[in-house]
Write a protein that binds this ligand. Structure first.
Ligand code: C5P
Length: 223
């Protein structure tokens, strides 16, 4: 992005996985590395934005010049986003939020027995859907979609169902997406808009996506 294309704007970004506690020593999570969300935060910062990064547990250092809030669970992430969204012009949901959490998190370590056991899971709040549905202070809202099949249909379905301004979709599977250093994105927006961002390392891809978001954001703002 050209320097300054986002100056004066605040960009709120979620990144990384979430951790859903079973007890004080165990949790459910996924393979998200946070690389894409953190790269987006750096790219938005380089475009002149004030950036707030809400990050689940990752190995990555907090990007310089980015206000980073560390969270663990989806409910923590939800609260951290909702507390700050009123000041955001653009929201980018790059986190791989756990869809479910254990119904109960035990206060002390669950003991092993010889019998079978079962886990009851309850749905987590959909942060992206909730932000997109805000009536007041709704930012320009961008989601991600990781799909193993029917990429365009699933991504466009999510775009419409969650009421988003843009969705960035990528294929996931054996050797694609999570934890890799590069990726490719198919980006869709309402009204049939579409762009392909060819395979590149995540920082380069993030710069291109921030460019595209900036363009669509200014387009929406001047309508
Ligand atoms: O519906 P699905 O989980 O595939 O949608 C993915 C998008 O929704 C991502 O942008 C992800 O960050 C966001 N999401 C969220 N809160 C959830 C689940 C997904 O913000 N609980």
């Amino acid at each position: 992005p050209g320097p300054g294309v986002l100056s004066g704007r605040t960009v709120l970004i979620t990144s990384g996985p979430t951790r859903e506690a079973l007890d004080p020593v165990r949790y459910l999570t996924n393979h998200s590395s946070g690389k894409m969300g953190h790269a987006l935060a750096a790219a938005a910062r380089d475009a002149g934005a004030r950036v707030l990064l809400i990050s689940g547990p990752t190995e990555l250092p907090a990007p310089h010049g980015v206000e980073t809030v560390a969270v663990e669970s989806a409910r923590d992430m939800h609260r951290a986003v909702m507390d700050r969204v009123a000041g955001a012009d653009i929201f980018i949901a790059a986190a791989a939020v756990a869809d479910y959490r254990p119904e109960q998190s035990a206060g002390s370590k669950i003991k092993k027995t010889d019998s079978e056991t079962a886990l009851r899971l309850v749905p987590n709040p959909d942060i992206l859907r909730e932000v997109a549905a805000l009536e007041q202070y709704r930012p320009f809202t961008v989601g991600f979609a990781a799909e193993t099949d029917a990429l365009e249909a699933h991504a466009r379905g999510k775009l419409a169902r969650k009421g988003l301004d843009m969705i960035a979709a990528n294929w996931v599977g054996a050797d694609r997406g999570f934890h890799t250093d590069d990726n490719a994105l198919e980006v869709y927006w309402p009204g049939g808009g579409h762009t392909s961002l060819a395979r590149a390392d995540k920082p380069a891809l993030a710069r291109q996506l921030i460019n595209l978001i900036t363009e669509r954001y200014h387009h929406a703002a001047t309508r």
